[in-house]
Design a protein around this ligand. Sequence first.
Ligand code: NAI
Length: 356
Amino acid sequence: MSCFCCGSAPRIVEETEIIVKEPVVMAAPIKVAVTGAAGQIAYSLLYQIASGAVFGPNQPVYLHLLDIAPMMGVLNGVVMELADCALPLLAGVLPTANPEEAFKDVAAAFLVGSMPRKEGMERKDLLSANVRIFKEQGQALDKVARKDVKILVVGNPANTNALICSKYAPSIPRENFTAMTRLDHNRAQAQLADKLGVPVRDVKNVIIWGNHSSTQFPDASNALVNVGGINKPVPAAVNDDEYLKTTFVTTVQKRGAAVIAARKMSSALSAAKAASDHMRDWFLGTGDRWVSMGVISDGSYGTPRDVVFSFPVTVTNGKWKIVEGLTISDFAREMLDITGKELAEEKRDALEVCKD
Ligand code: NAI
């Protein structure tokens, strides 16, 4: 039968439309190392990695878990729990006390494990114990990891550990070694959101400069707050320079100690979240946001070269780039110099320890 009005053949109308979905294409699994895997931070971090929050929902992961020999029993419990999570993206788990096994062919490494500060221990003793660990792990990464491996050092002193690790892994590009200041960054963002009474997502471009230590400089001078769809400078919105130079800075600097005082344990949950954020942004990009990352310094903003210094960075195609052209006030200059001096001293002490 033809159509009454135009005489053409009638259109056959399906009663139900079938929506053909593109099949989800899973990537080949990548190997991801986590050290200190029996510790507190790893306990939160492992779930985030294995659930897709870091490398994306279509990227299976094979977890290589490193801890020291006496912790293998505890680590075994963690392996059992990972199995019990029944995570579709978890392709396999390898628990080990051997760094070369742990870093074999890894595309990403979270170096969390380190020696905790014990009572009466001087900062120098802690540095000495930990840089030896990172020297050994640098050597192992150099030998067996993928040459494009992305390394995030969380274990303290994170910046200097990252520097030492890179020095002992000369076959891996130096820009692939980074230190975590993202927890401080997230803390700064949260403090400003609270001060302004806005959701944390409406604040961006805070900066943590320098060392992940009490000399770090949390800087709000370039931060923006979204008010009714328009980005406004945070300093104008806060309208309290004294607060931004004093209370804001010290609150962020001392937040770790405040959490320990309240919880009687360190800030493992937020540290794990920050490690996830850091690696996710490094792999998947930052868009137009800046994030703070400890990266090898090229002397930008008058900082000492060849230390791992936290800068504002953007990430595109897996490569970070320091944000250029920011104005540094006299106050900021003073703060950058203090934290830069500390990093130069830590580097000198660490290299001394590594000699033997
Ligand atoms: P934790 O003491 O609960 O766990 C540390 C784990 O590392 C332990 O299981 C220990 O056996 C292991 N470990 C020690 N030496 C090792 C080695 N040579 N190889 C492999 N594993 C080793 O400590 P938590 O709370 O998980 O913290 C880990 C580190 O992260 C500490 O150094 C802490 O100061 C640091 N941290 C850094 C932050 C940052 O923002 N960069 C924030 C919070 C903590």
